[in-house]
Design a binder for this molecule. Structure first.
Ligand SMILES: N[C@@H](CCC(=O)N[C@@H](CS)C(=O)NCC(=O)O)C(=O)O
Length: 218
């Protein structure tokens, strides 16, 4: 059985370092102890027909193992969790709830974060972005307040750490340029707990190492 392969960027702008979604796949691999390989790509390569055969939207990460080729970081993390041990509960109901929270992270929380990133990063010099920001912040603030209440005093979203926490923490990390997570001490502690996991630290270090290699003069 050969090692699964994911794609990652050879280089990205500073704001994206540490946040590119290959970190999610790398983190899941580290949590289950599954060795993997990385194919580094330049940005233009993800727009080619060859890459779009793996990722129809011309993005990354992609994933392939002996049985399946996948795109979407959530689907990739779930696949890694299902093939390995330790990221999903043993019982069926627990697995359904973990899937629910993983989808909540990607479908109920991340879009609002993306709205803010669109304003703060991708369109920061546009007049409309300045006008849009307050309402984007308010909507996100409300959503994070609800998430904070749902988490309450628990360590993780539903029992032990699962792939849903991995994805939720990865999603919330994208707010590192704001104080929005810090407004909720339990959410801030939740993200910090996720980031303190040795598997996350290893994944992040390997993700960053690819960029450092690039910076070494020939
Ligand atoms: N929903 C997708 C989003 C993938 C995505 O946004 N990838 C970014 C990197 S984190 C990308 O490829 N950006 C380059 C581009 O869109 O041109 C997932 O979770 O995998």
């Amino acid at each position: 059985m050969s090692a699964p392969v994911i794609t990652a960027f050879r280089q990205v702008p500073g704001f994206a370092k540490g946040l590119v979604r290959d970190v999610r796949a790398r983190w899941a691999f580290e949590e289950v102890g599954q060795p993997y390989e990385v194919r580094l790509l330049e940005h233009p390569e993800i727009k080619t027909q060859e890459h779009r055969a793996l990722q129809p939207f011309g993005q990354l990460p992609t994933y392939s193992d002996d049985e399946v080729e996948l795109f979407e970081s959530g689907a990739i993390a779930l696949r890694i969790a299902e093939r390995g041990e330790g990221l999903l509960p043993a019982d069926e109901a627990g697995r359904a709830r973990a899937t629910q929270w993983l989808i909540a992270a990607l479908n109920s929380v991340e879009p609002m974060i993306f709205d803010l990133i669109a304003v703060d990063v991708f369109n920061k010099d546009e007049e409309w972005a300045k006008l849009r920001r307050p309402s984007a912040v308010e909507a996100l603030r409300t959503r994070l307040g609800d998430l904070s209440k749902a988490l309450g005093g628990s360590e993780w979203l539903d029992g032990d750490f699962t792939v849903a926490d991995l994805i939720m923490v990865a999603v919330l990390r994208q707010l590192r340029h704001t104080d929005l997570v810090a407004e909720h001490p339990n959410l801030a502690a939740y993200v910090a707990r996720g980031e303190a996991r040795p598997a996350f630290q290893k994944a992040l270090a390997d993700h960053m190492a690819a960029f450092a290699e690039e910076a070494v003069p020939a």
